[in-house]
Design a protein around this ligand. Structure first.
Ligand code: SAM
Length: 247
């Protein structure tokens, strides 16, 4: 099956991706993520779906894990390849819902809400099947993503602002009929306005569990963060770990 995925991480985004001062780029967040993933890899090789500029892949490789990545953005991968340590990381250019990377893995992981970049249920289901196909028996598939914020939407409203500054505004738009959403960014710089919109498909943890089950993976272990914090009705994100049965 071939999915038509637009590249929303072209040169314009890649050029400043690593300059972000957001929480996901804080050293403590990155180190906690890499520590947890290294433990889950258990000494075996890891495959990152949507490896990007190597925010997580490089610190994971520094922990002695052999990392390979899949990504469709040549611009993001070029940033990764320019970094020290990247020579140890192989990258397959392609759609992580369907692309095949060489070898088999103890860990396949997909972080930073990137499962939502697959904007149809078919593509997300295919991604779980693809992750399972890359796993060794006993290996695990890990997703880090947000819990859909629908509880914050008052009746009749479909938009949630998440940043308002003097020259930049950002908001999410939800369509609860289709599970389509988008993150939208408006900026005014030197008197000129710009607008960028990235489409996502949101999915509840339970729907992801069903996709895992369809791919032959076990029921999940689920945390609300990388240090194994409990997942509760108030959690705003989850780290979910599904296992491929041991042979
Ligand atoms: C939010 S960035 C995350 C990058 C990196 N994993 C990180 O944590 O910093 C999402 C990445 O996924 C890639 N991506 C999105 N959809 C994809 C797809 N269908 N196939 C392959 N890569 C994809 C983008 O090009 C981008 O590099």
């Amino acid at each position: 099956m071939v999915f038509d995925h637009e590249d929303h991480f072209g040169e314009d985004v890649a050029a400043t991706y690593d300059d972000s001062t957001g929480a996901m780029f804080a050293p403590a967040t990155v180190e906690a993520t890499a520590d947890a993933l290294a433990r889950l890899a258990g000494g075996g090789p890891a495959l990152e779906l949507g490896i990007g500029t190597g925010r997580i892949a490089l610190p994971l490789a520094r922990r002695g894990v052999a990392v390979h990545g899949i990504d469709l953005s040549e611009a993001m991968v070029a940033r990764l390849r320019a970094k020290p340590g990247a020579e140890a990381i192989g990258v397959t250019l392609g759609d992580f819902a369907t692309a095949r990377a060489p070898g088999s893995y103890a860990l396949v992981y997909l972080v930073f809400n990137t499962i939502g970049n697959l904007t149809s249920q078919d593509a997300q289901v295919a991604c779980f099947a693809n992750a399972a196909a890359h796993l060794r028996p006993g290996g695990c598939f890990v997703i880090e993503t947000g819990v859909p914020e629908l509880r914050r939407l008052p009746p009749g409203q479909s938009m949630l602002p998440f940043h308002a500054g003097p020259t930049q505004w950002a908001f999410d738009v939800y369509d609860t009929a289709t599970q389509a959403m988008s993150s939208n960014y408006v900026e005014v710089a030197e008197g000129r306005g710009s607008f960028r919109s990235i489409p996502f498909r949101y999915a509840w943890p339970a729907e992801l569990d069903l996709m895992a089950r369809m791919a032959g993976l076990s029921p999940p272990q689920r945390w609300s963060g990388w240090s194994g914090e409990p997942f509760t009705h108030e959690s705003t994100q989850h780290v979910s770990i599904w296992r491929k049965p041991a042979a």
